[in-house]
Design a protein around this ligand. Structure first.
Ligand code: CP3
Length: 340
């Protein structure tokens, strides 16, 4: 019997062959059709918040490569905008916001009019997606979103947010709690609109020492997971506490996420051990995909040989890089699907 949605089945704990595949940031500047759409939209935020355009960006990599998962085209900082932070994206410079000092700089509730186009985009994608492709929603982990919101950009290595974690942890916790409530509601609304599963991107989790990691990453994620599962008990949640190293296992066990996404710094022996706890997703180095050739062939073979027997989803260890050649992505898809 063929599996209707191979990626969804893998996230629910089945061992699926060939291994399901999608790539973080699979809609993006490495695609000529994305660059064209981006030009047409004007700004990056216009692209995110215009349902027709966001749906089109979501579908572009599916049409070209036939990935098993379509991830909603949006951004983790849209939730900050909905909570009243003035968010801008400058070309080639990433996100920028006025730095936040305390929780009273965040609205109590997200502005529904900011988020409505996101859910409209989910419904549009769902309506035009084939029945075998899994639709993924997402949000940022509250620590990572807090880090951008407090520092105002990623340029400062989040020194203000990290200092707040030591100097006034209660103030950081208040910010993270408000972001967590908004994030849980945002993910539930994406599932209500038709997403099959969701991923929580905690890209900067690895900056925190263990005790702070437990308080500002594991504890709030556990609450988000519980809130989602109360409404959508069967919807898989993928957690990605990037660069968590030795703390990945505690995160996997204690948060209750259904699947764990790992970065490329996780040794395959550790990744294999983590599969005892549930499905794992990852972890090809994005620079190896840029390099291609024998290095790519070898890295893909190693990952599949070590992780491919148990519940597994092939992905990168972080987002695809803009300079990635299309031919290397095509080769990757053939390798994972078991072609020559
Ligand atoms: O995966 C996908 O294809 C879905 C879309 C997606 C985007 N951002 C689109 C995007 C997702 C899942 C994200 C998540 C995101 N956004 C994260 C977590 C993952 C990670 O990369 O660590 C973070 C930290 C952000 C915040 C953000 N957005 C940054 C730091 C930047 C600038 C970096 C860059 O590549 O320019 C963005 C912009 C952004 N988000 C782009 C895309 C396609 C590039 C914008 C453009 O078109 O110019």
């Amino acid at each position: 019997m063929s599996v209707p949605k191979p990626l969804l089945a893998a996230l629910q704990g089945q061992s699926i062959r060939p291994t399901p595949l999608w790539l973080m940031r699979q809609a993006g500047r490495y695609l000529p059709e994305y660059r064209q759409l981006r030009e047409r939209a004007g700004g990056f935020l216009d692209l995110c918040l215009t349902p027709d355009l966001a749906a089109e960006a979501t579908l572009q990599p599916i049409r070209r490569f036939g990935f098993d998962g379509a991830i909603l085209f949006s951004d983790i900082l849209i939730i900050a905008k909905a909570l009243g932070r003035a968010l801008v994206f400058r070309d080639g410079d990433g996100p920028s916001l006025p730095p936040l000092a305390a929780v009273d700089g965040l609205a109590m509730q997200p502005d529904a009019s900011v988020l409505a186009p996101v859910y409209a985009a989910v419904r549009k994608v769902k309506a035009s997606l084939s029945t075998v492709t899994t639709l993924l929603g997402f949000a940022g982990g509250p620590w990572t979103v807090a880090a951008y919101v407090i520092d105002g950009s990623g340029r400062t290595q989040f020194t203000k947010a990290r200092a707040l974690a030591s100097e006034n942890p209660a103030a950081l916790e208040a910010i993270i709690t408000r972001l967590s409530d908004a994030t849980a509601a945002h993910l539930i609304a994406q599932l209500d609109a038709g997403a099959d599963a969701v991923q929580i991107f905690d890209s900067w989790a690895g900056l925190l020492p263990p005790e702070q990691f437990r308080r500002f990453v594991i504890a709030p994620t556990q609450r988000i997971v519980a809130a989602i599962h109360a409404r959508h008990p069967r919807a898989p949640i993928i957690g990605f506490p990037r660069n968590a190293g030795a703390l990945y296992e505690a995160y996997f066990v204690e948060t209750g996420v259904n699947a764990l996404c790992i970065d490329q710094n996780v040794p395959l022996t550790q990744a294999h051990a983590l599969q005892a706890r549930g499905p794992v997703q990852g972890n090809l180095d994005p620079t190896v995909l840029v390099a291609g050739g024998a290095a790519l062939d070898r890295a893909v073979a190693d990952i599949l040989a070590t992780l491919g027997q148990r519940p597994f989803v092939f992905n990168l260890g972080h987002g695809i890089l803009p300079e990635t050649p299309l031919a290397h992505v095509e080769r990757l898809v053939r390798l994972v699907r078991g072609g020559p």
